[in-house]
Design a protein around this ligand. Structure first.
Ligand code: NAP
Ligand code: MG
Length: 484
C-alpha cells in the first residue's frame, strides 16, 4: 500500500513493521476499580484503522451510571489508599508503569499507528518513548514535592477527571496521568472515541504495575461520556486537551463550581523564517512543523512567514522537499505522512482546502498517489494568502500550510500575533539577539528557536488566549494538580 510518487526522487522498498508481536483483544470493557468490566447498559462500537477502514476491535460506550461507578471507585481509592500513601511509595508505582511501557514499547507503537494513522516512525521514536519519559520524570517528583513547593502546605485535589484528544492518544494520557498520580490524585480518564486502544493498553500496564484498584479508571465512549465526567459532583479537577469549542463548553459548565481546571486547546502556530537562517534546515523545520503527524498537531506550524528576500528560494526548496515525502501505510518505516485520523477529519480538511481556493489563494498539492482505501490527504501549500483569509485564521488540523511573506521584524510580530490562538511559534535565524527579542514579543506558550515540535518532560507546555490555560510538563505541570 506504500504510495508510489509520480515524481519519484528515489524508490524505497516497503519496510513494514511486523504486527506479529501485537496482542489486540476483540473487545475492550471499561477499566474500573482495577478490572476490565462490561457496561451494564452501554453499547459497543468499532474502532477502525483509518489507513484501510478495517475494524480493529470493539470498544465500550460508557453510560452515565458507568461514569458514576468509576468516579466512586476513584473517590474510594483516594480516601482509603492513595491520599494516605507516601510520595516515595507512589513514585515506585509510577516508575513501574514507565518501565513496563518501555518493555512493551514496540507493541504500543504498532497499535498507536494502526488505531490513529500516524507513521510508525513517529509513534516508535516520539509518542511512546516520550510517554514513558513523562512517567519516569514525574515518578522522580513524587517524593520531592516539598522541594517543588517549598514552605507551602500542599494537598492534592482528590479525583481528577481527564479528557484526551485523538492526535497523541498515549502521550496525552501520560501527560495527564503521571503528574496527577505523583501529586496524590486519583483519576477517571476518557480517551477520544477514535483512538482509545493504547489508553486501554495502558490500563493493562497499570494493572501489571499493581496500582491499587480505583486509582486510575478508564471510561471509553463519545463526547457525552466526557461531559458526564466534567459535570460529576465528586470530580474535583478537570484536565482537558482538545478543541477550543469543547474547551469553551467545559469552561462554562464549571463556572461557579469549585472545580479546578486546565484546558489545552487549539492553535495556529507561526513558523517564521528570516533571510539569515540556514535555509535547508529551516525547510526541514517547516516540513516537520506541519506535515508531522499529518498536521494533527495543536502546536503545528500551520502559518509560515517567510522574509520577502528569500521567498522564492524557500518555496522552491519546499516544493521539492514535498515531492519526496512518502504518503502511505503508517506501519511502513519509510512513511512520512500517514492516514488522516478519521473520515470526519478528512472532510474538515477538504472543506478548508476548498475555502482556500475560493478565497483566491494559490494552491500547490504534492503529487503523491494516495491509497484507494482509507483517509488520505496529500501535503498542500497555499501561497498568496492574506491575514484575513480563513485558512490563515482557523485551525485546519491537517497537512495544509498557509504561507505569507514579511519584510521587517515588527511586521512579522504583528502578523504572527494576529490570531485568537497562542500556543506555539518557531523562529529561524542565525542571530541569537533576534531570537531573544522575538521570543519576548510573540504571544505563544512555546517558542522554538531553529527547531520545531521538540518536547521534553521537564519543559512546560500550554497556551495563551484561546489556546487555553494551565501547563503540562515540568514543575509547572505539578502545580495544576495541587492546592496550596
Ligand atoms: P475535541 O473534539 O474537543 O475532543 C477532545 C476530547 O473531548 C475527546 O475525548 C472528545 O470525545 C471529548 N469531548 C467531546 N465533547 C465533549 C464534551 N461536551 N464534554 C467533554 N468532553 C467532550 O477535540 P479533538 O477533535 O479530539 O482534538 C483536536 C483538537 O484538540 C484540536 O483543536 C487541537 O488543537 C486540540 N489539541 C490541543 C492540544 C494542546 O495541548 N493544546 C493537544 C492536542 C490536541 P470524542 O473523541 O468521543 O468526541
Ligand atoms: Mg481508530
Amino acid at each position: 500500500m506504500t504510495k508510489k510518487s509520480k515524481k519519484k526522487t528515489w524508490d524505497l522498498v516497503p519496510a513494514p513493521e511486523s504486527t506479529s508481536h501485537v496482542n489486540i483483544q476483540s473487545e475492550y470493557g471499561l477499566f474500573i476499580n482495577g478490572k476490565f468490566q462490561k457496561s451494564k447498559k452501554g453499547k459497543m462500537y468499532d474502532t477502525i484503522n483509518p489507513a484501510n477502514e478495517k475494524k480493529i476491535a470493539k470498544i465500550t460506550e460508557a453510560t452515565k451510571a458507568d461514569v458514576d461507578t468509576a468516579v466512586l471507585a476513584a473517590k474510594k481509592a483516594y480516601d482509603n489508599v492513595w491520599s494516605k500513601m507516601t510520595g516515595a511509595e507512589r513514585g515506585k508505582y509510577i516508575y513501574r508503569i514507565a518501565r513496563i511501557l518501555q518493555e512493551r514499547a514496540r507493541e504500543f507503537a504498532v497499535i498507536e499507528s494502526m488505531d490513529g494513522g500516524k507513521p510508525i516512525r513517529e509513534s516508535r521514536d516520539i509518542d511512546i518513548p516520550l510517554a514513558a519519559n513523562h512517567f519516569f520524570y514525574y515518578a522522580g517528583w513524587a517524593d520531592k514535592l516539598d522541594y517543588a513547593f517549598p514552605n507551602q502546605k500542599i494537598k492534592p485535589h482528590g479525583v481528577a477527571g481527564q479528557i484526551t484528544p485523538w492526535n497523541f492518544p498515549l502521550l496525552m494520557a501520560a501527560w495527564k496521568i503521571a503528574p496527577a498520580l505523583a501529586t496524590g490524585n486519583t483519576i477517571v480518564l476518557k480517551p477520544a472515541e477514535t483512538t482509545s486502544l493504547t489508553t486501554l493498553l495502558l490500563a493493562e500496564v497499570i494493572q501489571e504495575a499493581g496500582l491499587p484498584p480505583g486509582v486510575v479508571n478508564i471510561v471509553t465512549g463519545h463526547g457525552p461520556v466526557g461531559a458526564h465526567i466534567v459535570n460529576h459532583a465528586k470530580v474535583n479537577k478537570i484536565a482537558f486537551t482538545g478543541s477550543t469549542g469543547v474547551g469553551k463548553y467545559i469552561h462554562n459548565a464549571l463556572a461557579g463550581t469549585d472545580k479546578s481546571m486546565t484546558l489545552e486547546l487549539g492553535g495556529k502556530g507561526a513558523n517564521i523564517i528570516f533571510e539569515d537562517a540556514a535555509i535547508d534546515q529551516a525547510v526541514e523545520g517547516i516540513v516537520n512543523g506541519i506535515f508531522f503527524n499529518q498536521g494533527h498537531v495543536c502546536c503545528a506550524g500551520s502559518r509560515l512567514f517567510v522574509q520577502e528576500s528569500i521567498q522564492k528560494e524557500v518555496l522552491k526548496k519546499l516544493k521539492h522537499r514535498i515531492s519526496t515525502l512518502i504518503v502511505g501505510d503508517p506501519l511502513d518505516k519509510n512513511t512520512d505522512i500517514g492516514a488522516i485520523n478519521s473520515n470526519k477529519q478528512l472532510k474538515v480538511i477538504k472543506d478548508y482546502v476548498k475555502i482556500g481556493q475560493k478565497e483566491g489563494a494559490d494552491m500547490y498539492v504534492g503529487e503523491q498517489v494516495l491509497p484507494k482505501k482509507g483517509f488520505w490527504c496529500a501535503p498542500t501549500l497555499f501561497t498568496n494568502v492574506s491575514q484575513s483569509h480563513i485558512i490563515s485564521k482557523e485551525e485546519i488540523f491537517g497537512p495544509v500550510l498557509a504561507i505569507q511573506s514579511f519584510r521587517t521584524v515588527a511586521e512579522v510580530i504583528k502578523k504572527a500575533n494576529n490570531t485568537p490562538y497562542g500556543l506555539s511559534a518557531g523562529i529561524w535565524t542565525d542571530k541569537g539577539s533576534k531570537l531573544f527579542n522575538m521570543s519576548s514579543q510573540l504571544k505563544a506558550g512555546v517558542i522554538w528557536g531553529n527547531t520545531f515540535n521538540k518536547f521534553d518532560p521537564g519543559s512546560p507546555f500550554g497556551g495563551y488566549k484561546e489556546s487555553g490555560f494551565g501547563r503540562e510538563g515540568g514543575m509547572h505541570g505539578l502545580a495544576d494538580y495541587i492546592k496550596t
